[in-house]
Design a protein around this ligand. Structure first.
Ligand code: FAD
Length: 447
């Protein structure tokens, strides 16, 4: 039986950092991957999606410049873009693993015992095992749910269908819906709950809904999917009281830890209703040899940088004993729609839950006259939550075309304990979205 110091299940963002760190520290490291090396971010998800998002942003930008020194029009060429995306997903990660001395085994892995794994009909022993198996589309129980296309399949369609309905009003549906609408499809989103995009600020979401409606995206809330039927002309979805006909229906109803088939009982790894039960060091509460990282860990947000942060923390804990805890309080997140909706830190709900008295600085300049002619950064809305009295920034939420970078800057400001006054007193680059945010704050008398 082969022996390892660390064996990693999965090769995505939750896996790679731990594998490299532990290997560099002298561990004998192996990785098992049942699909494409690099996980979901590499295997045609995040990167191709970014390219499609960038294309749809570019269309937006060019349209805003039309009549201001630009002429002609542009549109998203789905087929061509998809082709480029498919070619560009090979990161050479397997070669990087190999040259670092990390053994890659292609195959599906499952537990045989606390430190023993089955893979390709053989057993291996490992002192530590990192489960970085990612997440899979949540199982849906309505009749005809098998007709749903996964977001992965959607990104790889040869041609964009004329109409698409997304089941679920979360970030995957919204990002893909904006791309599809800009590429010319008729798009509908249905959500079972009264609100979409939970986890983002309600006021900014309402503004984004208006922008989405202007793109022609139809959104139905309080509309749980009852059934999905196939007809010769396409699909019919019954969602609440709405009957929607579409050529394609996409699963956008969330992703759950992919733990089926891991035989966790054999590894004495206990689970709870969310997934694998872990302590704050990402270690299984029942099998100390086992750690988790990435989307398979239900405690963290399903984001690539969070997966990487957890992977590094798990590595340090396996190497030097438990002391590293992932810090979830300053996680910057982006909804890559047009405009983007980005956030970091607390919302009003979280601040209230923690009993922190707070001020809200809410500015809406989405219909600013300065927009157009390349001045789209002047078209934005934001909400900053600051602690009453001290002015300490607790959360920053921005809707705008350059919101990603502005929120990254805000993440550092929150991490550094900055106050509203600190922001106001910092001269930053003009023109930029964050300049416009700070400029608007300067009209607010509160510190
Ligand atoms: C449509 C979409 C868009 C996204 N956009 C963004 C974005 O813009 N920004 C962002 O930060 N995040 C984004 N994410 C989330 C981000 O991609 C994930 O958080 C991140 O990739 C998770 O990495 P992971 O290693 O945990 O999981 P994965 O990348 O899913 O890797 C898990 C790997 O484990 C393998 N595996 C599972 N079980 C076994 C087994 N038993 N044996 C062997 N191998 C196994 C799987 O095949 C898979 O390759 C997006 C996700 C989706 C679905």
């Amino acid at each position: 039986m082969k022996h390892y110091d660390l064996f990693v299940i999965g090769s995505g963002s939750g896996a790679a950092r731990a594998a490299f760190i532990c290997r560099r520290a002298g561990f004998r490291v192996g990785i098992a991957e049942k699909a494409a090396i690099g996980g979901i971010a590499a295997a045609a998800f995040t990167s191709p999606q970014k390219r499609l998002t960038a294309a749809s942003e570019a269309v937006n930008f060019v349209n805003s410049m039309t009549g201001c020194g630009l002429k002609g029009s542009v549109s998203v060429d789905w087929e061509h873009l998809r082709g480029i995306s498919a070619e560009s997903v090979s990161y050479g990660l397997e070669e990087e693993f190999n040259s670092a001395g990390i053994e890659v085994i292609h195959g599906k892995c499952s537990f045989a015992d606390k430190n023993i794994l089955n893979i390709n009909g053989e057993q291996i022993f490992s002192r530590f095992i990192l489960i970085a198996a990612g997440a899979a589309p949540a199982k849906l129980s309505f009749a005809g749910s098998g007709h749903l296309t996964s977001s992965f399949e959607f990104m790889n369609l040869e041609a964009l269908p004329p109409s698409v309905v997304f089941a679920g009003g979360g970030y995957i549906s919204f990002e893909l819906a904006h791309i599809a609408a800009r590429a010319g499809a008729k798009v509908t989103i249905v959500e079972a709950l009264p609100r979409v995009l939970r986890g983002f600020d309600d006021d900014l979401v309402d503004l984004l809904l208006k922008e989405s409606a202007a793109l022609g995206i139809e959104i139905f809330t309080d509309a749980p999917v009852r059934f999905l039927e196939k007809h010769s002309g396409g699909l019919i979805m019954q969602a609440g009281t709405h009957k929607i006909a579409a050529a394609l229906a996409v699963h956008g109803a969330g992703r759950a830890p992919d733990i089926e088939g891991l035989c966790l009982e054999a590894g004495e790894i206990s689970t709870n209703e969310q997934g694998i039960a872990v302590n704050c060091y990402l270690q299984s509460v029942s099998n100390p040899a086992v750690y988790v990282a990435g989307d398979v860990n239900a405690l963290g947000m399903q984001l690539k940088p969070v997966a990487e942060m957890e992977s590094a923390a798990a590595a340090v804990n396996m190497l030097f004993g438990n002391h590293e805890m992932p810090e979830y309080n300053v996680v910057a997140r982006a909804l890559l729609t047009s405009p983007q909706l980005c956030a970091v830190g607390m919302g009003e709900r979280e601040a209230a839950l923690e009993n922190i008295p707070f001020d809200v600085h809410f500015v809406n300049k989405l219909s600013s006259q300065k927009s157009g002619c390349g001045m789209d950064c002047a078209k934005f809305a934001f909400k900053i939550i600051s602690e009453k009295g001290t002015g300490r920034i607790l959360g920053v939420h921005i809707l705008g075309s350059e919101a990603q970078e502005a929120v990254n800057t805000a993440a550092l400001a929150i991490r550094g304990g900055c106050t509203i006054k600190n922001l106001k007193n910092t001269a930053i680059v003009f023109p930029s979205l964050f300049y416009d945010v700070i400029n608007s704050l300067n009209c607010d008398y509160r510190s």
